[in-house]
Design a protein around this ligand. Structure first.
Ligand SMILES: Nc1nc2c(ncn2[C@@H]2O[C@H](COP(=O)(O)OP(=O)(O)OP(=O)(O)O)[C@@H](O)[C@H]2O)c(=O)[nH]1
Ligand SMILES: [Mg+2]
Length: 371
């Protein structure tokens, strides 16, 4: 439990470190794990002035995840979803070139029983029936391309934020989905990327929540802005943004208390957080990431819809893919909401939060070795 909060990590991998702001006060020897990937908060100036937050999969990580053996952590973590969905798709569609009525029925059943949802299943069947196969292609490769395209469509949403302001990421979601753990993992990524970060202990509801994040911050020499349990979350986030601006941090990550998407007054609290932050920066928070537990299945879709309607999401972090056969939910989330999956959680260690890569995901799902 919370192994990331207990972990002492090793030396930074210099290959991963990007050009950017080096902040000696936040970089200590034990900050980052050697196998961290490096999602980037770009500090380079694009041709237009705004900064774009992007996530990227490092080359070494991609190479690692290509391998179907024990080295491929993504491949490994997808094993239960692959057993439930991917293997069936593979044996049904490999070598087939026409979607006859029987194949179509079997495919429909497979998709529906694997938490893909009716709308996404219909969309996939419709698209697959119209595909014109090239020489040497079969329905499996056509489906793989369709899935990658479907996922990538949702990924095309770079968030543009003004220059010279801390980039503010707010983490939201229902209870126990992995918000705080993901913050610690993300902080590892950003530290590996030489970013100056600050955390806000915005979960003022649960007794141990403030301590949980403060302990992590102390151990890694990362400032954490907090007030006592029971204080106003919006006030903590306001203080934190003020501190982030004064200290010129690159990235501020705000924790929030777990809340059910059906609890209107708690969703209003999130709106209040945004209103209050807007007094300091009209564009903050620049990212609102919904953390979803992949084991939830189709209910994840309702969560995402409600949170999106209440505060407008810019991304999703899907945790616990390692323990579930319900990884197919990624497809419904992308196809139905068009919200990018930013990261996936495939374990409890710092390096187990990976930037989402559509192709790697689909190949691991279908059991196709990457070319
Ligand atoms: N296996 C696995 N476990 C995870 C992953 N992400 C988080 N966890 C575990 O999920 C549990 C809950 O994590 P937290 O980060 O405390 O969840 P939270 O959303 O902050 O919870 P509340 O603050 O109570 O709402 C912990 O035991 C984590 O280690 C993941 O990707 N894989
Ligand atoms: Mg928490």
């Amino acid at each position: 439990m919370f192994s990331i909060f207990k972990r002492k990590s090793a030396k930074p991998d210099t290959n991963m470190i990007q050009d950017g702001v080096v902040t000696p006060e936040t970089l200590t020897k034990d900050l980052v794990s050697e196998s961290l990937s490096s999602p980037q908060v770009s500090t380079e100036k694009p041709t237009e002035s705004p900064l774009i937050i992007t996530t990227a999969v490092s080359a070494s990580e991609k190479a690692n995840d290509k391998k179907p053996g024990f080295l491929g952590k993504l491949w490994q973590s997808m094993s239960r979803t692959r057993e439930r969905l991917g293997s069936g798709l593979k044996s049904l569609l490999t070598g087939k070139r026409t979607l006859d009525a029987n194949t179509r029925d079997e495919l429909e059943t497979l998709l529906l029983t694997a938490d893909i949802g009716l709308d996404t299943t219909d969309a996939l069947l419709e698209q697959l029936s119209r595909v014109k196969l090239k020489e040497g292609e079969d329905l499996l490769s056509a489906l793989a391309q369709l899935l990658i395209a479907m996922l990538n469509e949702a990924q095309q949403r770079p968030q543009i934020v003004p220059e010279n302001t801390p980039r503010v990421i707010l983490m939201v979601g229902v209870n126990g989905v992995g918000k705080t753990t993901s913050i610690a993992k993300l902080a590892h990524h950003f530290l590996a990327d030489h970013k100056k970060i600050l955390l806000a202990a915005g979960d003022t509801f649960r007794a141990a929540a403030v301590e949980q994040i403060k302990t992590w911050g102390d151990r890694h020499n990362v400032p954490v802005i907090s007030q006592g349990q029971g204080s106003d979350a919006a006030s903590v986030l306001y203080d934190a943004l003020q501190a982030a601006q004064a200290r010129k941090v690159d990235v501020m990550i705000g924790d929030t208390a777990g809340r059910l998407h059906t609890q209107g007054h708690l969703m209003d609290e999130l709106k209040k957080i945004r209103r209050v932050m807007n007094k300091l920066d009209t564009t903050a928070p620049h990212e609102i990431w919904l953390v979803i537990d992949a084991t939830t299945g189709q209910n994840a879709l309702n969560q995402a819809k409600e949170f999106n309607a209440a505060i407008g999401l810019t991304g999703i972090i899907l945790t616990k893919l390692d323990g579930t056969a319900k990884g197919g939910i990624v497809l419904s989330l992308s196809q139905q909401l068009g919200i990018p999956i930013r990261y996936i959680g495939i374990g409890e260690q710092a390096e187990d939060l990976r930037p989402f890569d559509a192709q790697g995901f689909v190949y691991a799902l279908l059991g196709i070795e990457q070319p």
